[in-house]
Design a protein around this ligand. Structure first.
Ligand SMILES: C[S@@+](CC[C@H](N)C(=O)[O-])C[C@H]1O[C@@H](n2cnc3c(N)ncnc32)[C@H](O)[C@@H]1O
Length: 466
């Protein structure tokens, strides 16, 4: 499902989902909205009315079907405007003024074979109005031409979610109205009111047009979700990343989802018949997570928790994983851990260190396969990829060498110089049975032993010399 739209308007980016025009209407001055609408801050729809001269063929109805293939690429296509119209007893075919300047611009030989002559061709007046332009075209003609326009917005069910730059704030009501008028099934338009810095990562919203109704039904990768967008975290820009992880999973695999939100990893995984343990600290997310598992008929495959991520790791994950390591053939299926809280998740990595005592894992089968952790992180600066690895290693207290590291994948650019990555690595017996501190002490001990050995050899050789 199409979620993030892009507008070609100076501060919004619309990806065209409508039919492609052979000739761009906005490059033809006659087909643009009246120039007087530039700078309008309060939407006055009737100020978009204008009349233009457009070329056309007027034919008896019986000829239209044979002529259409000849002029198909020259038709005038605008919103709510059918290029073939009934006029009295005949039909008019509206043509685009850019390629059709006169009768000679048409494929005259073929038309004449169909008994269409110069007499059938004329220019006549056409009334255009607000309804004939798309949201992108309307906004492009209204917003300041010299500054960046509306570059992007997200669709979450019936909500359009904007992140307006400061220079567009005086136009916010107008932008909201245009989007609500023009976007199919859009009932609510909100602007991001502040950066997401609260614990539950939900956006602070400002209603700019429509109903204050935030309970949405949406689909991601074919899976329906329902939630209150004002109280939980949901970002349609992550749909590809969710899909990548879900594609890694197969029936019978295990997923521990530490920061599950309303379930975009967990619910599709459970639907695939994986065994899922999903957790989120936000009670509202937890509520919708349960709702989505029920709605998607996968309650039998998923256990849900409303705990702090660290507590979830040291209690639920620990116990479930121990049982699996000791009593199942972990080489026969995969175990994954997702940690998508990019501002903080790396700080939870040390919860895996010393999760077990050596004796807990004393009876492991020889072919044991440990879980793969996918931890998400932001990094700001020059070499963001190296930075995230460094961050993950620092918090884990271990080097992610080739035996552990499975990959560092770019997820998305969040802001200039700020990227989001996924660091995927395998847990190991050593990581799970020693704490960071123990490892350090052992390392220091080993270094001291090496030093002692070197000193002894040194003094021994001195004695020989003497
Ligand atoms: C960035 S969202 C990710 C949600 C979902 N996994 C996704 O991919 O869209 C992070 C989630 O972590 C939850 N969260 C924040 N702090 C947490 C904590 N200490 N323990 C568990 N969950 C937490 C938030 O409520 C939020 O739902």
């Amino acid at each position: 499902m199409f979620m993030v739209a892009q507008l070609k308007v100076p501060g919004i980016t619309f990806i065209a989902t409508r039919l492609r025009h052979y000739f761009r209407n906005m490059e033809c001055q006659d087909l643009q909205p009246p120039s007087a609408v530039r700078g309008m801050q309060e939407l006055q729809r009737d100020r978009f009315r204008k009349s233009v001269q457009v070329p056309r063929l007027r034919l008896p109805e019986s000829q239209v079907q044979r002529v259409m293939p000849l002029v198909k690429k020259l038709l005038l296509k605008m919103e709510h405007l059918h290029p073939v119209r009934a006029v009295d007893q005949s039909r008019e075919i509206l043509l685009h003024p850019t390629p059709v300047k006169n009768w000679e611009s048409l494929p005259t030989e073929e038309l004449q074979k169909q008994e269409v002559t110069k007499e059938h061709f004329s220019f006549a007046e056409l009334e255009l109005g607000y309804e004939n332009w798309s949201a992108s075209e309307i906004l492009k003609s209204v917003l300041p031409a010299e500054e960046e326009g509306l570059t992007s917005y997200s669709r979450i069910g019936h909500i359009a979610h904007l992140n307006l730059r400061d220079h567009l704030l005086p136009y916010k009501q107008l932008i909201g109205q245009v989007l609500r008028d023009k976007l199919p099934n859009c009932r609510t338009v909100v602007n991001k009111a502040a950066s997401i810095d609260n614990t539950y990562r939900n956006f602070q919203l400002e209603l700019i047009c429509g109903e204050a109704e935030y309970q949405v039904v949406t689909k991601e990768n074919g899976v329906p979700f329902e939630f209150d967008f004002s109280k939980v975290y949901w970002n349609p820009r992550l749909s590809t990343e969710h899909e990548r992880i879900v594609k890694l999973l197969h029936s019978g695999d295990v997923l521990y989802d530490v920061f599950a939100g309303v379930g975009p990893f967990s619910v599709p995984a459970a639907k695939k018949r994986c065994h899922v343990l999903a957790n989120d600290l936000n009670p509202v997310s937890f509520h919708w997570l349960q709702h989505n598992a029920k709605r998607n008929k996968c309650l039998g495959q998923i256990k849900m928790f409303n705990k702090d991520g660290r507590q979830f790791i040291v209690e639920e994950l620990r116990e479930d994983l121990l049982k699996r390591l000791l009593t199942t053939d972990t080489s026969a299926y995969a175990i994954h851990v997702t940690m998508n809280l990019p501002a903080l998740a790396v700080e939870f990595l040390n919860a895996f260190r010393g999760l077990y005592k050596v004796e807990d894992l004393a009876e492991l089968p020889g072919n044991v396969v440990y879980p793969t952790v996918h931890v998400y992180s932001f990094a700001k600066g020059e070499n963001t990829k190296a930075l995230v690895q460094e961050l993950a290693e620092r918090h884990l207290g271990a080097t992610l060498d080739d035996s552990l590291l499975q990959g560092i994948s770019f997820v998305r650019n969040v802001a200039p110089n700020k990227d989001m990555y996924r660091v995927s690595f395998r847990l190991s017996h050593q990581l799970l049975t020693t704490t960071k501190e123990e490892q350090l002490t052992r390392k220091r001990g080993a270094q001291e032993e090496d030093q002692l050995e070197a000193d002894l050899q040194n003094s021994a050789s001195k004695v020989k010399c003497v």
